[in-house]
Design a protein around this ligand. Sequence first.
Ligand SMILES: Cc1ncc(COP(=O)(O)O)c(C=O)c1O
Length: 370
Amino acid sequence: MEYEVRFIDYPKQYKKIRKEILETIDTVLSRGDVMMRRQMRHFENNLAAFVGTKYAVGTSNCTDAMHLTLRAAGIGAGDEVITVSHTFIATAAAIHHAGAAPVLVDIGEDHNMNVDLLEAAITPQTKAIIPVNLNGRLCDMEKVLAIAEKHGLIVIEDTAQSLGGSFKDIKGGNWGLAGCFSFYPAKLLGAYGDAGAMVTSSEEIAQKVCALRDHGRMPNGDIAGWSFNCRLDNLHAAILDLKLKNLPESLERRREIAKIYDDGLSGLSQLQLPPAPSDDGDYYDVFQNYEIEADDRDSLVDDLRKNGIEIMLPWGGAGVHQFKALGLTHFRLPRTEKLLSRALLLPMHPELEDEQAEYVVEVIKRHYHN
Ligand SMILES: Cc1ncc(COP(=O)(O)O)c(C=O)c1O
């Protein structure tokens, strides 16, 4: 079905920057700069400067960035890593592939990790915490870091969805030992395929992940150990570097759209909305997604779709612990389960017109006879 209001509008986004994209591709290919060349280094430097860390290391995707960072931090068999279930399977998969066990805690009212439940999940095997900065909003990283410090734990942020978002003026990715970003096409900064990066201010972790992403190869030609091929494509790096320049503007546009949703929907008793941009206090939320909770969610979703509005359910409607094949069904996470039975994601992308967001509001109001 062709939706009138798309969840993400890739063709419209491309149309806006087509000329620069084609020039960039032409420059890279004309120079023969296809693997790990100057464009990748430029992008890594610019990304680190944007986030405020000393280093950035481009990788094939965010899952690989997290997996390699866990390995670089010495996490492996017998270790436990605490994270949430309201995240993409990738977070738990990275922990699993590092050889450790994911331990899942419930979320709070802002849909991020409920930090008050963190200490109860810590055992003698716990080595790290991966807070997930979901939907463009950071976790309460001050509390996470205080608990991590008290118990001697490593913090690696899964900030796949929060590039440019901040808490107390410190950006996502710049709080813990490292942070990992996704540049999947739908993300705040999207490539035209898979791409990711790890940022850190630790020279040791940066060097280790640099080697790990490239079969363990080190600058002196020696091999650090068995590893993988998780390199960032140079062409993608060049495109990401170009798009990074427009990122602050596109984040502001997302906040404008969030304001339209908030202004239009905040009076409806059937809905629970995320904090409004004007009301986010210590947070600068960048609205990767606009995730709402709704009474009678499935009929609202049907109605929106029938009216030409493309809607997504987070993770298809189930958290990580609800997928039987993963062996994590023993976790009891009532707030996560309740949210996932009520949550939906409204269209959110910088190309969305005011009138389109207003139309979404109108259809939702009509649905609830408001
Ligand atoms: C919260 C979160 N973590 C991790 C990932 C994995 O990113 P990638 O697809 O780049 O591996 C995603 C991507 O959807 C995500 O949303």
